[in-house]
Design a protein around this ligand. Structure first.
Ligand SMILES: C[S@@+](CC[C@H](N)C(=O)[O-])C[C@H]1O[C@@H](n2cnc3c(N)ncnc32)[C@H](O)[C@@H]1O
Length: 246
């Protein structure tokens, strides 16, 4: 090994490598927390919650307690939850308590007056999205004209697969609703003076609806793929036009 690789540098490099190797566990721990409903359980509890209380609230097998402790420590390390140590009532043993952070508040329905972004977490971390990322290397090597790794895995392009999935559409809409509420508050001047707008590829109309409700004088329409907009109510503040932007 070359001279300038002293041991401190070696260990720092290994630590950096390990960070890159295991960072996916942060996403997967978050996915698990949402699947189990941990943010909602802490919110319902009314404040920082112990792991035994979470096991009871989530109706999990008692044998999973040690693993849930590890998951919660991991999520606290990722700043999804706060972690504080306090005296347990019985026996005097220390018991960690986990609370919501600004990030996990986003995963709770109606905390602070907004709707949960949990559907967005589920949509983005669904294997339909994550599995293609395992095949990017193969896709680079295969000069077979397949446009994306997603298409190589699923045999169809991204919107062809996802747009037929109501849970995916709801997840994207949750994110659209969230960000548009902020946009109309912070950047409302952009919409003043407009009489109409079309949200091209506007999904189920979450973003357009937020604009239409904040600025009733703006006539809002969504141009979307037919499979996304079929069956959506036609009597709301947004007009849906089925078609392709191409
Ligand atoms: C990121 S999403 C937009 C979400 C939307 N802003 C909301 O608030 O829900 C992109 C959308 O583009 C749509 N899309 C993809 N290809 C399209 C096409 N050729 N024509 C029209 N819409 C298309 C997808 O169905 C998807 O709903």
């Amino acid at each position: 090994m070359e001279q300038y690789w002293d041991d401190d540098l070696l260990i720092a490099a290994q630590s950096d490598l390990w960070n890159h190797l295991f960072v996916f566990l942060k996403s997967m721990s978050l996915k698990c927390a949402v699947e189990l409903g941990i943010p909602d359980a802490i919110h319902r509890h009314g404040g920082p919650t112990s792991v035994p209380d979470l096991v009871a609230a989530l109706n999990l097998p008692a044998a999973r307690l040690p693993q849930l402790r590890r998951l919660m420590r991991m999520l606290a390390f990722s700043r999804i939850f706060t972690r504080q140590t306090s005296e347990a009532a019985a026996g005097g043993e220390e018991e960690d308590l986990y609370g919501l952070t600004p990030t996990s508040r986003l995963l709770v329905d109606d905390a602070g007056g907004h709707r949960s972004l949990a559907p967005f977490v589920r949509a983005i971390l669904d294997p339909v999205q994550t599995v293609p990322s395992l095949h990017v290397g193969d896709w680079f090597k295969a000069a077979d004209g397949i446009v994306t790794p997603f298409e190589a895995v699923h045999g169809e392009d991204f919107w062809g697969v996802t747009s037929c999935n109501p849970e995916f559409n709801e997840g994207i809409a949750a994110d659209g609703r969230f960000i548009m509420d902020v946009v109309v508050r912070k950047c409302g001047h952009v919409f003043r003076g407009l009489r109409s707008l079309v949200d091209v590829g506007g999904g189920t109309g979450a973003a357009a609806r937020a604009i239409a409700e904040a600025f009733p004088h703006v006539k809002c329409a969504v141009l979307e793929l037919p499979q996304v907009v079929q069956g959506l109510p036609a009597d709301g503040p947004v007009e849906f036009v089925a078609g392709s932007m191409f």
